[in-house]
Ligand binder design. Structure first.
Ligand code: XMP
Ligand code: MG
Length: 183
């Protein structure tokens, strides 16, 4: 990798830092209002959702608990198959809890559809989904997503938690990679 500045590897900025933060603020306001007094359990899906959960929860004023889950989708590197394996499970008992799954991006929706069903089987009071980004044109399953930050075109994006080969998660904006990165 030649460039020292990660920002230089972007060909197009889809969401600027300001747009990212405005999107998070809008999501936080809605979630805060809906979950006031309910002490929700925020379930962040590693690793992509780290930035979203950090900023979203700090923008909220009500009490929340936070737990993490890591799942891996069988299949090729970039396409999800819908067959999911739990790499790291929650430490929290979901019985009677209001669960809010926080995701970085919904592509086919297969991972989240599986995850929602899995968490619903653990006797929670409710399970809803909050995703920072969604690609409507890529969705393969009909999944009810209560909170969506932004709908984006069906292209591969990086930044703000989203990676390409584990890099670019630390960008504070979201963009597409320049062709020189792939070659
Ligand atoms: P599905 O298809 O099951 O997959 O909704 C969601 C997961 O796929 C990854 N993903 C991306 N990662 N840029 C990324 O860095 C993208 O544009 C992208 N699209 C999907 C991501 O891990 C997400 O949780
Ligand atoms: Mg990834």
């Amino acid at each position: 990798m030649e460039a020292q500045d990660v920002q230089e590897d972007l060909s197009h900025v889809l969401l600027s830092t300001e747009e990212v933060q405005a999107t998070i603020a809008e999501l936080a306001a809605k979630v805060d209002e809906d979950y006031a007094g309910k002490n929700p359990l925020i379930v962040a899906v590693l690793k992509g959702a780290i930035m979203v959960v950090a900023d979203l929860t700090r923008a909220m004023s009500s009490h929340v608990d936070v737990d993490f889950m890591a799942v891996s989708s069988y299949g090729s590197g970039t396409k999800s198959s819908g067959v999911v394996r739990i790499v790291k499970d929650l430490d929290t008992d979901l019985t009677g809890r209001h669960v809010l799954i926080v995701e970085d991006i919904i592509d086919s929706g297969l991972t989240l559809s599986w995850l929602k069903a899995n968490l619903e089987s653990r006797n929670p009071a409710s399970v809803e989904i909050c995703t920072f980004l969604r690609k409507p044109d890529a969705m393969k399953v009909d999944i009810d997503v209560k909170y969506v930050g932004r709908d984006i075109p069906n292209e591969f994006v990086v930044g703000y938690g989203l990676d390409y080969a584990e890099k670019y998660r630390n960008l504070d904006c979201v963009g597409t990679l320049a062709p020189h990165v792939y070659s």
